[in-house]
Design a binder for this molecule. Structure first.
Ligand code: A3P
Length: 302
């Protein structure tokens, strides 16, 4: 099925999820060509759930021995989306076959992806690689996505009203949506295979960042030593990757991705609960009701 909209673009349904035309080509190329390695780490999100933040944190975590005092750190000079490339967006766009030897030089290889579980390439499904899934309250995710697609990214793609876009999101029509199916796919996988999928929430990362960072380090097989704890390495990582720190870096104020998005579009407010400033109480209630119904009996709540 095809459905008009989100931006000035058609969305196509593939394996139960919505993609733009360009994205869908990239998904297919990636499914056909990507070769996973057992040591690979995938950072999975729906758009606007905190991908940029997660990429920064995991990059800093995995490379902390290389940059012990956080001086000359790559995150100070480069945007997290460049350091941790998107599997199906940047790498395979326009049906190119990516050359990972030049793109992703750190070990283990880190990738971002918005792919739903069902659409991951077979080589990922069949390998021993680890997946970190980060989700966010759908109301805040929606508001962030609406701003991103309407205001922040490339101009003159047309504007969709928040009401119209909200209606589509609620019907499941959004980039990589239905949102709830995306989240539930990984939620169930994390319950069945906790060694393989770590399931995190944006709100909990905000509330108890150190606890979540320790969880991440343990899951990825590189827990913090007591010596590192004494040196406050966790605080250093969290400070480096904080919204204020990243959004105020020169590179993130002025740079842009090769696809045209300005880096600053990935940093808006970075807060929990901003949806209430943009949605009516009725819209908030409607979304909460859908969420309650979709997640009923799964053990997952927002
Ligand atoms: P808001 O639009 O609510 O501000 P993604 O990285 O998946 O595209 O998500 C972008 C959202 O994450 C935006 O949310 C952005 O402001 C927020 N964000 C970006 N960097 C962040 C950080 N270091 N800490 C917390 N939130 C961050």
């Amino acid at each position: 099925p095809t459905e008009k909209g989100w931006v000035a673009n058609f969305l196509h349904k593939y394996q139960g999820f919505w993609h733009t035309t360009r994205q869908l080509q990239a998904v297919l190329t990636c499914q056909n060509h990507f070769q996973a390695q057992d040591s690979d780490i995938f950072l999975v999100t729906t758009p606007k759930s905190g991908t940029t933040w997660l990429k920064a944190i995991v990059f800093a975590l995995m490379n902390r021995v290389r940059y012990p005092n956080f001086k000359n750190h790559p995150l100070l000079a480069e945007n997290p989306h460049v350091l941790v490339p998107f599997l199906e967006l940047g790498l395979y766009i326009d049906s190119q076959i990516a050359d990972f030897t030049t793109i992703n030089t750190t070990s283990p290889r880190l990738f971002g992806t918005h792919l739903p579980l069902v659409s991951l390439p077979d080589s990922v499904k069949n390998s021993g690689c680890k997946l970190v899934y980060l989700c966010r309250d759908p109301k805040d995710t929606f508001v962030s996505l609406w701003h991103f697609t309407n205001k922040l990214r490339i101009k003159d793609m047309g504007e969709n009203s928040i009401e119209e876009t909200f209606d589509k999101f609620c019907r499941g029509v959004s980039l990589y949506g239905p949102f709830w199916d995306h989240v539930l796919g990984y939620w169930k996988e994390s319950l069945e295979k906790p060694q393989r999928v770590l399931f995190l929430k944006y709100e909990e990362m905000k509330e108890q960042p150190k606890v979540e960072l320790m969880k991440l380090a343990k899951f990825l097989g590189c827990p913090f030593s007591s010596e590192e704890e004494q040196r406050n390495v966790m605080d250093d990582i969290l400070k480096l990757c904080s919204f204020d720190s990243l959004s105020n870096l020169e590179v993130n104020k002025t740079g842009k991705l090769s696809s045209g998005e300005e880096y600053k579009a990935f940093f808006r407010r970075g807060e929990v609960g901003d949806a209430k400033n943009h949605l009516t109480p009725q819209m908030m209630e409607k979304m909460d009701k859908i969420t309650r119904e979709k997640l009923h009996g799964t053990g997952l709540m927002f």
